[in-house]
Design a protein around this ligand. Structure first.
Ligand SMILES: [Zn+2]
Length: 149
């Protein structure tokens, strides 16, 4: 029976796949929704882990030489969640961060892996970029106001 992979956006806005505690990046795809993914530790640990999927279901798997790290991937997924909510909602960044990260701290994840602090996530930059794109007119109004002073 084949299992399905999970896709999430990394901090570089690239889709990344996770399966069984391993993280993969897409390196080859062809017609028929077949995608081959390579372990992200390919370079750092010379891991040969490869996952072949069709319609997001695992077709075949090459064994890894690296160790799975579900906790680390959970944290990455959570950061991706926070990033998405920062872009899509008007809630304050620190509130979103607290809501999404506190379950991880409650599970004691900070002992098992590194949890990025709010300032290290560059979420403030993301927010500024989103606001800059969506409020062109108010920016123009601000300029007029400030030149009247
Ligand atoms: Zn691997």
């Amino acid at each position: 029976m084949s299992k399905s992979i999970e896709i999430f956006e990394t901090t570089k806005n690239k889709p990344s796949a996770t399966y069984n505690g391993y993280q993969y990046r897409k390196f080859h795809s062809n017609l028929g929704n077949k995608i081959a993914c390579r372990c992200i530790n390919e370079r750092s640990e010379k891991c040969k882990g490869i996952l072949k999927t069709k319609d997001n279901l695992v077709v075949s798997e090459m064994p890894h030489s690296c160790k799975p790290n579900e906790v680390k991937i959970d944290v990455k997924k959570q950061v991706a969640n926070i990033r998405r909510r920062v872009c899509e909602t008007d809630l304050s960044i620190s509130k979103i961060y607290q809501e999404e990260m506190s379950p991880l701290f409650q599970r004691g994840y900070e002992i098992l892996t590194e949890i990025p602090t709010l300032s290290s996530t560059s979420l403030h930059k993301t927010k500024r970029r989103v606001q800059g794109n969506s409020s062109e007119s108010s920016t123009a109004a601000d300029i007029i106001l400030s030149s009247e002073l």
